[in-house]
Design a protein. Structure first.
Length: 128
């Protein structure tokens, strides 16, 4: 989407921007579901913060859609919020791995994916 926004024809701009917003919003929500699943499969009682952390990504994603829905400034602020949230999600991932809720390989997957999408989302905010 970044390439289409930077180099594509003007008629593709809104579609590329919308998809460049939707994908990170969906992935952020998906991460919350993954965290919920990791906590739910745990044999013991996971810490209470995990349940809150698992719900937060979907709420953030929904909140970033509000400006679009009401005609306020969009998408740059929403993209920044999504990009920063994706980068900060690594803190939750790291904590889940530290307390043994995430598998050993978890961070080797999460680091490149969250860093990559977070940075691309922030880049989209600057050129969108």
């Amino acid at each position: 989407m970044v390439t289409v926004l930077a180099l594509g024809p003007d008629r593709w701009h809104f579609a590329a921007l919308s998809l460049g917003y939707a994908y990170p919003a969906l992935i952020l929500s998906f991460l919350g579901g993954m965290w919920w699943g990791l906590a739910a499969r745990h044999a013991g009682e996971p810490p209470a913060w995990v349940w809150l952390a698992a719900v937060a990504p979907s709420l953030v994603a929904l909140a970033t859609a509000v400006p679009w829905a009401i005609g306020a400034t969009w998408p740059a602020p929403s993209l920044v919020a999504l990009g920063v949230s994706l980068l900060l999600s690594l803190l939750v991932d790291r904590q889940l791995a530290t307390i043994g809720l995430a598998p050993l390989w978890w961070m080797s997957l999460r680091n490149p994916l969250s860093l990559g999408l977070g940075i691309l989302t922030l880049t989209t905010a600057t050129i969108g």
